[in-house]
Design a protein around this ligand. Structure first.
Ligand code: SER
Length: 318
C-alpha cells in the first residue's frame, strides 16, 4: 500500500482509519473522500481530500487516476437497522458502490478492501464459535449486501486477479464518530450516556450476546490484512475477526465499576432485537489468526477504561 483512497472517510470507521493510515503511510498518500463534501476538521486539514459519490463509477475512476491510487478502501455503507427502513438504498450503496469499486480496481489494477460484517450470517448459522466457512443466509438487506459483496469480491479475485480482501467486523465501539442506524450502536451510545450522567435505554434485551470490537483493534486488522503476504491467504472475502462477546448486562456491569450510580433500563426496539437474534453470539477467528496474524489487544474491561477516559475529556471540551 502506497497511495490510498478512502471512500466514506467521514463515517464511523473512515474518520479514524484516515488519520491512522496517514500516520503510517504519509499524509499526502492517503486521499480522504466522502459524498458529503467538504470534509470537516482533521480529515480535510490532514491531507488531500475530494468528493466521491461511490454510486457514480466516474467519481471513483477519476480520483483513482488523478491521485495514482494503488489501494481503495470502500467504506460506504448503510447500517443494518437503517437499511431495513430503506432496502433499496441499502442495496444501492452496499452493492452498487462495491461494483463500481471492483470495476475501477480491475481497470486500474488497485487492491480493494470492503468491510463485511457479523450481519453476513443468519439464524441458520451456528451461533456459538461461528465457523469461518459456514451457512450464510442472512435475513436483513444489510446482510444480503454483505454476502453478495463477499461473493462478488472473491469472484473478481479469481476471475480477474483483483486483490480484494475483507473482514467480517463485529459491532465496532469508538469514541470519535458515532455509528448510525446499526444494531450494535447501543454499545457505543451507552458510554456517552454514562459519561454525560444520563440514564440509558437499551434497545436489546438482557442476554443478547453479540461480538464487539474496540476501534484500535479494528484499525490494526485492516493494515495487517492488507499488508499480509498474499501467498498465505487461503481466504479473502471475508475473514471472521473477534475480540470480545458480551450482552447488555455485562457492559452495564463494567461501566458501573466506573459510575456506580449509572442506570440502564430496557427500551426494546423490535427491529434491532430481531436483527440481533439472527446474528452470531461469537465468531471463530482462527483463520485470521493463522493466515495473517490477527491478535486483538482489547477486552471489555480495558476498552471500558479507555472509552471512559477519552469520552470524559471529549465531552468536557464542549
Ligand atoms: N455494526 C453493524 C450494524 O449494527 C454490523 O456490522 O449494523
Amino acid at each position: 500500500m502506497k497511495r490510498i483512497l478512502i471512500i466514506g472517510a467521514s463515517g464511523q470507521i473512515g474518520s479514524e482509519l484516515t488519520p491512522y493510515l496517514r500516520k503510517i503511510y504519509g499524509s499526502d498518500n492517503v486521499i480522504a473522500s466522502d459524498c458529503s463534501f467538504p470534509l470537516k476538521g482533521a480529515l480535510s486539514e490532514g491531507g488531500p481530500s475530494c468528493k466521491i459519490d461511490a454510486t457514480n463509477a466516474r467519481d471513483v475512476a477519476d480520483a483513482v487516476k488523478k491521485y495514482d491510487i494503488d489501494t481503495i478502501f470502500n467504506l460506504a455503507a448503510i447500517l443494518s437497522a437503517k437499511a431495513e427502513a430503506n432496502p433499496m438504498l441499502g442495496w444501492n450503496i452496499g452493492v452498487g458502490a462495491l461494483l463500481n469499486c471492483l470495476e475501477v480496481a480491475r481497470e486500474y489494477k488497485t487492491a480493494l478492501f470492503t468491510p463485511s460484517s457479523i450481519g453476513a450470517f443468519g439464524p441458520e448459522t451456528p451461533r456459538l464459535n461461528t465457523p469461518q466457512d459456514t451457512i450464510q443466509r442472512p435475513k436483513t438487506i444489510y446482510g444480503v449486501t454483505k454476502v453478495t459483496g463477499e461473493l462478488i469480491s472473491d469472484y473478481y479475485f479469481q476471475r480477474f486477479g483483483v486483490d480484494t480482501r475483507s473482514v467480517r467486523y463485529p459491532g465496532i465501539i469508538s469514541n470519535v464518530t458515532l455509528p448510525g442506524g446499526g444494531t450494535t450502536d447501543y454499545a457505543v451510545e451507552i458510554y456517552y450516556a454514562a459519561v454525560k450522567g444520563e440514564a440509558f435505554g437499551c434497545p436489546l434485551k438482557a442476554g443478547t450476546f453479540l461480538d464487539m470490537m474496540y476501534m484500535p483493534d479494528a484499525l490494526d486488522a485492516v493494515v495487517q490484512l492488507m499488508e499480509a503476504d498474499p501467498a498465505k491467504l487461503k481466504h479473502r472475502n471475508a475473514f471472521n475477526i473477534a475480540s470480545m462477546s458480551f450482552e447488555p448486562e455485562m457492559i452495564y456491569a463494567e461501566i458501573k465499576k466506573h459510575y456506580p450510580d449509572f442506570v440502564m433500563e430496557y427500551k426494546k426496539d423490535e427491529v434491532r432485537q430481531q436483527i440481533a437474534d439472527s446474528w452470531p453470539d461469537s465468531m471463530d477467528d482462527s483463520a485470521a489468526r493463522e493466515e495473517w496474524g490477527w491478535n486483538p489487544k482489547y477486552n471489555l474491561e480495558s476498552m471500558t477504561t479507555d472509552m471512559i477516559a477519552v469520552l470524559k475529556e471529549k465531552l468536557s471540551e464542549k
